[in-house]
Design a protein around this ligand. Structure first.
Ligand code: ADP
Ligand code: MG
Length: 755
């Protein structure tokens, strides 16, 4: 019996999914696996766990598990469901990589998909759970795909053992054939239940011409027009990245200033909120507040945040720079306070309390305008949207399959995405979608977006799967299998790291490759799989005990796997004054980096020494917000490193019980011999990421000046001007990754000792 508040009950009854409760629960009772499709906002995530709870799926010891591809969704949905059910967070709980509020009484557990994958490693049958819901399956995140593959085996096993278990796959689109028509996955196709959402007609308006690059300017003009000329109704704008979002927000706030009056404050913002806002205003009005807490780490950790967003602030070459700040090329609207616009940004790194604002109604008299990245496409439903402005683009990370070079590119979305975006306008009444591209361009879009697993390296997944004793990874029932080329290169890397056994050297090429694809895991591989970081870093941890290097290696690995620890002072500022201030801060940051790079031997550790020095100094000072602010470090990133150090320390102690490492906040700098050892450990992990400086006599082409040669690339790669080794240019270096921006730059560079 659930005791819901009357207003909650009323809102629930309006959700289309309520009409389908019987049908859904009957299918779940009859079948092992059910696929549920329903438009975003139809009530899947918030209601299905409640249906199951009320049908008794959590009453005989088992719990209801729900996986989300994003941390924000796991947290916010657990809060929402707890509120709706009038139950405490100890009963409706969440678990993400570092934190959670799960208790012994937890009945409904929201978690990221990576968390559930880790649990499968501990208990393959997932005996705690009576039902697992895989949410947002249409996003086709790598972990979602793997979980579906694993659960397609786990569920029948559980039922055979007389421990019944159900699987529910939920999708916002009807494109579920990869799950239902895949005979390797489900021999008998699971039933598909469609939830008919009340979708009102959305009129789609195409642009006649497609702006080549200044789509943010075009978006701004379109929003202004809508706001001036069209009847009330919220506006939702899709752009590609955080910087673009802020830039358009700033221009809109200037054009249609909205000043909160006292009378709306209670519905809108707390006193506290306003106070801090005022304080902020005095200090630095237009510097965005960003939540660095939800940093997405390198590919391996959980399939959390959308990784596009994770890098936004890292990417200075973004097409947004030219946008906001050319008043002459792009005429600014005159400020018009008579028609206030309530402008809110929305992207996945934004702090959860800022994100939550989009759910509340705008202040009276003001129109809501949410300027968002792709997060608004499916995972969050914003009430009251009548107009959608769609730039037609998305920012994605691309990896070169052969060379591993990665870059962030803004590309066209798929037709399916464009239609999802348009659909956001017709939730409460008929709406309009303005596409900032022509219908001809739309016609050239691909029909659907590709599954993530086909777009990134899979060495972390292959190691996790081997640790689950899935030896023949090629035979795994992937909803969409990665290419065998990618699987082979993943196994190759794992063999070279010592995580997998060498294949026997016999037979012809084809046979060898087949043999390679079924190499068993080594004891070292098992140890590596226990560390929640990518295999290259796990190898470093596995070697870290020598010469007392473990605390340093843990710190270096933690810092390398958190996206960006330094504040970015290159983003466009609002005013002259801010620019000057930023320049000052940047200078201070450069100076600090030089200091952290150390002296003598330490210098050879390059950027990794800078990371170690920065974390060491910050922890020594108590990891305060003030220290970070003064020294150009991102406070939330430092907090994440702190948590990760704790977690890695525990993992190391668990893997080797006599390691006896602990987190030392007053770490002394490494000695000269430790530095040498650290460099060797780093080389052992990054051995395939080696580069050699081009010799003067080889300099036939000026493009090779100061360039480095790598085994796989024909073109030179470079040490970035912000690197500690930019001036030294050691003969051999290893690097963390190559990022292509204006040039191919190595990130995280460390000098290798040449003989
Ligand atoms: P789906 O998973 O099908 O996309 P949801 O279950 O997430 O749908 O959302 C159902 C409804 O609940 C939506 O109309 C949404 O606006 C509302 N809702 C979801 N989260 C919140 C929240 N935190 N506050 C208020 N309303 C919410
Ligand atoms: Mg949902």
């Amino acid at each position: 019996p659930v005791d819901r508040l009357p207003e909650i009950q009323e809102a629930r009854l309006r959700l289309p999914i309520l009409a389908e409760e019987q049908v859904i629960m009957e299918a779940v009772r009859e079948k092992e696996c059910v696929v549920l499709c329903g438009e975003t906002g139809s009530g899947k995530t918030t209601q299905v766990p409640q249906f199951l709870y009320e049908a008794g799926y959590a009453s005989s010891g088992g719990i209801i598990g729900v996986t989300e591809p994003r941390r924000v969704a796991a947290i916010s949905m657990s809060h929402r469901v707890a509120t709706e059910m009038n139950l405490p967070s100890g009963v409706v709980s969440y678990q993400i990589r570092y934190e959670g509020n799960v208790t012994e009484n937890t009945k409904i557990k929201f978690m990221t998909d990576g968390v559930l994958l880790k649990e499968i490693q501990k208990d393959f049958l997932l005996q705690k759970y009576s039902v697992v819901i895989i949410d947002e399956a249409h996003e086709r995140s790598v972990y979602t795909d793997i979980l579906i593959g694993l659960l397609s085996r786990i569920v029948p096993l559980r039922n055979k053992k007389g421990l019944p278990m159900k699987l529910i796959i939920m999708s916002a689109t009807l494109r579920v054939e990869d799950f239902t028509e895949n005979k390797r996955l489900f021999r008998t196709p699971p039933p598909v239940i469609k939830v008919e959402a009340r979708q009102f007609a959305v009129t789609v308006h195409f642009n006649k011409r497609t702006p080549v690059d200044n789509y943010t300017g075009e978006a701004f003009r379109k929003i202004c027009k809508i706001h001036r000329m069209l009847p009330p109704g919220g506006i939702l704008v899709f752009l590609t990245g955080q910087a673009e979002v802020h830039s358009v927000c700033r221009r809109l706030r200037k054009a249609f200033p909205y000043r909160p009056h006292r009378e709306h404050t209670d519905s809108m913002e707390t006193e506290e909120d306003l106070k801090s806002k005022r304080a902020k205003k005095k200090k630095n009005m237009s510097l965005p507040r960003i939540n660095l807490d939800s940093y997405s780490a390198l590919p391996v950790d959980e399939g959390d945040e959308d990784r596009q967003a994770g890098i936004d602030d890292n990417d200075n070459e973004g097409s947004d720079l030219e946008l906001g700040d050319h008043p002459d090329s792009d005429h600014e609207e005159k400020a018009d306070p008579s028609i206030p616009l309530y402008v809110l940004p929305l992207y996945s790194l934004l702090a959860p309390e800022q994100q939550a604002k989009v759910f509340s109604p705008p202040p009276t008299g003001a129109r809501l305008c949410v300027v968002a990245t792709n997060v608004a496409e499916t995972s969050l439903t914003i009430p009251g949207i009548k107009y959608v402005v769609d730039c037609g683009r998305v920012k994605k990370r691309f990896y070169d399959r052969v060379t591993g070079v990665s870059s962030f590119k803004v590309t066209w979305i798929s037709q399916a995405s464009a239609n999802q975006r348009a659909g956001r306008a017709g939730r409460t009444e008929p709406g309009h979608c303005y596409r900032l591209y022509s219908s001809a361009v739309f016609g050239d879009f691909s029909l659907f977006s590709e599954a993530e697993i086909t777009r990134r390296p899979v060495d972390d997944l292959v190691l996790q799967m081997k640790d689950l004793n899935i030896e023949k990874v090629v035979n795994f029932p992937f909803p969409t299998p990665p290419s065998s080329e990618v699987l082979i290169s993943a196994e190759q890397l794992l063999i070279s790291l010592g995580a997998l056994e060498e294949p026997p050297r016999r037979g012809r090429l084809g046979e060898m490759e087949r043999a390679r694809l079924s190499c068993p895991i080594t004891p070292l591989g098992r140890a590596m799989a226990a560390f929640p970081v990518a295999p290259r870093y796990a190898k470093m941890l596995a070697l870290g005990r020598q010469q007392g290097c473990m605390p340093y290696i843990i710190t270096i690995v933690a810092a390398m796997t958190v996206r960006e620890i330094f504040e970015d002072y290159d983003r466009p500022a609002g005013s002259e004054e801010e620019n000057t201030k930023m320049a000052g801060k940047k200078a201070r940051c450069v100076q600090m980096r030089r200091l952290w790079a150390g002296q003598g031997q330490s210098v050879q550790l390059g950027d990794l020494m800078v990371l170690l020095g920065a974390v060491g100094a910050c922890e020594f000072a108590g990891c305060t917000h003030q220290f970070c602010e003064e020294n150009g470090l991102r406070y939330k990133a430092m907090l994440e490193i702190r948590r990760l150090r704790g977690q890695l320390t525990n993992a190391v102690n668990a893997v080797c019980s006599d390691a006896g490492v602990y987190v030392d906040n007053k770490m002394a700098p490494p000695t000269a011999s430790q530095v040498l050892c650290l460099r060797q450990i780093v080389l052992a992990g990054l051995g395939d990421h080696i580069a050699r400086r081009v010799q003067a006599e080889e300099l036939l082409d000026p493009k090779w000046r100061n360039g480095y040669k790598t085994p796989l690339l024909d073109d030179p790669v470079f040490i970035h001007p912000s690197s500690a080794l930019h001036k030294t240019l050691p003969e051999f270096v290893v690097y963390q990754e190559i990022m292509e921006t204006t040039k191919m730059y190595m990130r995280g560079v460390c000098a290798v000792q040449a003989e």
